[in-house]
Unconditional design. Structure first.
Length: 194
């Protein structure tokens, strides 16, 4: 089976499931996307990993990595290897003392660990064919959004950048990671404009 590299495109609050998030994985060099519904805790962990933020105490995925590192286990890659009854399944491909093994994992946990190990994420062609969606180019998407009148007002848009930076730091210190990720998104959006 042909393996296809994936990268994280973005994450947003799920409109279909309360308290859940949609993690969007994109085909490297392609237009197909794989939307994966994940829980709030995993979304926080992924967001913190992407931003290389260090919480005051290690989260579960940080602890897992520290534990594995202590015993010389390295995560080589993550493979999203099944799509069954609407649920993605993944495998952690690990190496220990020259021996390679696979460990079954939830996709959200596997992605959170892949970020921490900076290892590649793959899936198979048949999974992208079955569960992937093709995205129009960004210009067409913006035109569609304007035509449909869908513009999201962000809760942090009224704050100055310095205020947002302070709020971000306080949110991390208080372990309010969902709020921190929303503030981070607002700051990123502003940086892209200028």
């Amino acid at each position: 089976m042909t393996r296809i590299g994936l990268e994280i495109i973005g994450m947003s609050y799920s409109q279909s499931q309360s308290g859940a998030y949609a993690l969007i994985l994109g085909e490297i060099g392609g237009s197909r996307r794989l939307p994966v519904i994940i829980g709030g805790f995993e979304a926080q962990s992924i967001a913190l990993g992407l931003e290389r933020m260090q919480p005051s105490r290690p989260l579960t995925h940080d602890l897992f990595k520290n534990f594995a590192d202590h015993y010389g286990i390295n995560l080589l890659e993550v493979v999203i290897n099944k799509f069954k009854e609407g649920v993605f399944h993944a495998a952690l491909v690990c190496e220990h003392e020259g021996s390679i093994s696979e460990i079954d994992a939830r996709t959200s946990d596997a992605i959170a660990l892949a970020i921490r190990y900076r290892c590649p994420v793959y899936t198979y062609e048949n999974i992208l064919d079955e569960a992937g969606i093709v995205i129009k180019n960004e210009e067409e998407q913006v035109d569609d959004d304007v035509a449909s009148g869908s513009t999201e007002e962000d809760e942090f848009s009224a704050f100055l950048a310095d205020e947002l930076e302070d709020m971000l730091q306080k949110s991390i210190e208080n372990e309010e990671y969902e709020k921190a990720s929303r503030i981070r998104d607002e700051l990123k959006k502003r940086r892209k404009k200028y």
